[in-house]
Write a protein that binds this ligand. Structure first.
Ligand SMILES: *Cc1c(COP(=O)(O)O)cnc(C)c1O
Length: 488
């Protein structure tokens, strides 16, 4: 059990235990919680290589959380079980010139399950430790995958309610149905007439609205977040970077201690930041490629040091990465430049939509893939290897190809594979052959099954026949009113 203190990205006098940080989700001043010191991994790679995924998770998480050994083990065993369709939890498969870290074997077929299957356990444990008897209301903005993974995690969890906001016209048909057919008395799903950034900004402003917070507290509610602004979302993601490394060694790609690279398809900068934490804990990482789609605000940032969200927003075939305000970058900035600078930069971001910094972290660089390059990667790689990637993974793979040419870096590359191709069946099939453009996305699942040789995952079998249980639609500037109306 760790005594790690969490501090605010914009004010280091804001301090919290892990339990408090998980329950609050975000700092009172709108900043995010970061560990005051990034803990070193105490065990050697050799020792870690003998552990199961669950045991490895324990070694990593115990350094970040203030839970007892029994509490933490109960969280891990509750989360990483048969809900995943493979015993390895996160298989690493070698195909072509890369290793694919498949993070999509959970119930909702995206990597968000890796953290959101355990977050409800964290919340309950944290609430118990803090003596909280209020009903916890999880507010979540989603670009498509977080929403379903959070619903799945919190549905039916006693003492919690969950409200999810998704862009009504910005998610795939499967993603939308996954959310609108969600069962569970304590779940609420709302389509908003806006994009992910609108939803995320509204949710953040609800968290920092003191008057509303007090009003709800009187009624017995406490808000928290299932977005990757919550530190409880980030720490479980550190585990699979260690896991991927150790698998790479087991599969003979590198010797213990040698460096490995990761390409991470990035939106809110949560996944890649977890990898960066793993590196800071001592994992031998050579380089991170931060992969973007046409919303390449991070690519430009890593090239120039200027973050500028004043640009056109693109709806792409990798919707979970359609984000112009990558919240977790704030954490990296604060680790690099400190609280005062970060506070000023975030004020600039909210006022002018941009800021500039000197990037001292040289182990991350940006690449991006256009829509054509993403389609091309799916098709080309399928023809070469028979392996079918989803659109987000394909953005990462295309970015890796550009990095490879530009860098001459020959260290082994892990492509962080964030979703099952079934989640984006229509685009995946259209990438393979334009003739599928007119076909029904659900009928195409059967074609994808034949093409890929991978069975349709059980959680989405027959999803198109399930009853729609959530029909709420909300204007983007009415989100606060909606939440009040729903709860009060
Ligand atoms: C959320 C998501 C991403 C982006 O991850 P971040 O942590 O937001 O950077 C990439 N791919 C898929 C499939 C996702 O669901």
């Amino acid at each position: 059990m760790a005594n790690l203190t969490y501090i605010g990205t914009r004010d280091q006098s804001i301090r919290a235990t892990a339990s408090q940080a998980i329950l609050r989700g975000i700092c009172p001043d709108g900043g995010l919680y970061i560990p005051e010191v990034i803990p070193a991994m105490g065990k050697s790679l050799e020792e870690l290589s003998k552990l199961s995924y669950q045991e490895l998770a324990y070694e990593v998480l115990s350094l970040f959380l203030d839970f007892t050994e029994d509490e933490l083990k109960a969280c891990i065993n509750g989360a990483y079980d048969e809900k995943f369709d493979t015993k390895e939890i996160a298989p690493v498969v070698q195909k072509g010139d890369a290793f694919f870290l498949e993070l999509f074997h959970g119930r909702t077929l995206a990597f968000k399950d890796m953290a959101l299957s355990i977050l409800p356990y964290f919340m309950k444990t944290a609430a118990k430790r803090e003596g909280i008897d209020k009903e916890i209301v999880i507010l979540t903005a989603t670009s498509g995958d977080t929403g379903k993974a959070a619903l799945e995690g919190f549905s039916g969890v006693e003492g919690t309610k969950i409200i999810v906001f998704f862009p009504e016209d910005g998610v795939s048909p499967v993603q939308k149905l996954q959310m609108t057919t969600q069962e569970g008395e304590n779940t609420c799903v709302v389509g908003i007439l806006g994009n992910f950034d609108d939803a995320q900004s509204a949710v953040k402003s609800i968290f920092t609205d003191k008057a509303l917070g007090e009003e709800l507290e009187e009624k017995g509610y406490l808000f928290s977040s299932a977005n990757s602004i919550n530190i409880g979302r980030l720490v479980p993601q550190i585990v699979y970077y260690f896991h991927a490394y150790l698998e790479g060694v087991k599969q003979g790609a590198l010797n213990m201690g040698e460096e490995i690279n990761f390409t991470v398809p990035t939106g809110n900068f949560g996944d890649i930041l977890a990898g960066w934490y793993a590196m800071k804990m001592g994992l031998p990482v050579g380089h991170f490629v931060c992969a973007s789609n046409d919303n390449k605000v991070l690519y430009d940032f890593f090239r120039t040091g200027t973050y500028d969200r004043n640009r056109e927003f693109h709806v792409t075939v990798s919707p979970s990465m359609d984000i112009l305000i990558s919240s977790n970058l704030e954490r990296l900035l604060s680790h690099m430049a400190g609280q005062n600078t970060t506070k000023e930069d975030m004020a600039r971001l909210s006022k002018d939509g941009k800021y500039s910094v000197t990037i001292t972290e040289k182990k991350i660089s940006g690449e991006f893939a256009t829509e054509n390059e993403t389609y091309g990667a799916i098709k080309g790689f399928y023809e070469e290897t028979g392996y079918v990637m989803d659109t987000h993974t394909a953005v990462a793979y295309a970015a890796y190809q550009k990095y490879k040419v530009a860098s001459n870096d020959t260290r082994p590359m892990v492509i962080v594979s964030t979703a099952s191709p079934y989640k984006f069946t229509k685009d995946v099939m259209m990438a393979l052959d334009e003739k599928y453009a007119k076909d029904d996305p659900f009928a195409l699942m059967h074609v994808l099954e034949k093409t890929s040789g991978v069975s349709i995952p059980e959680p989405i079998q027959g999803i198109e026949h399930r009853p729609i249980l959530h029909k709420n639609v909300c204007e983007r500037d009415k989100i606060k009113e909606f939440v009040k109306g729903y709860l009060l």
